[in-house]
Design a protein around this ligand. Sequence first.
Ligand SMILES: [Zn+2]
Length: 133
Amino acid sequence: MCGERVPERHAHLVDIEQRSIDCACTACGLLFTRPGGRYRTVPDRVRHDPDAPLTGVEWAELGIPVGIAFFFVNSALGHVVASYPSPAGVTECELDLAGWDRLAAAHPLLRAPSPDVEAILIVAGSPRLAGGA
Ligand SMILES: [Zn+2]
């Protein structure tokens, strides 16, 4: 953003309008921690809920054609967006929003991310999770 060289461990900014993410120096990262502008700093918190994995059935209901996807609230659209890797790059897919709401009622951590700057990463098919995700 300002042209300052960033260290190996550094902040990231989301451009809400362009839907892109860039590296930022510490000072620039501190400038955009509050909502309301074009840029937002990505928080560095990580939450994990290994005691309540999604079941195989719950994962299947999301209709994601691969075994890994991330979900975030797009404030411009006003709802959750699902994306997953594909040979053509990151692909967005239509998400059954009512299905997502049912899932979030059973797994409250799905409601925890801050809009635009945090995401839920779900990995399905891990041998440790016995068919869950
Ligand atoms: Zn900077």
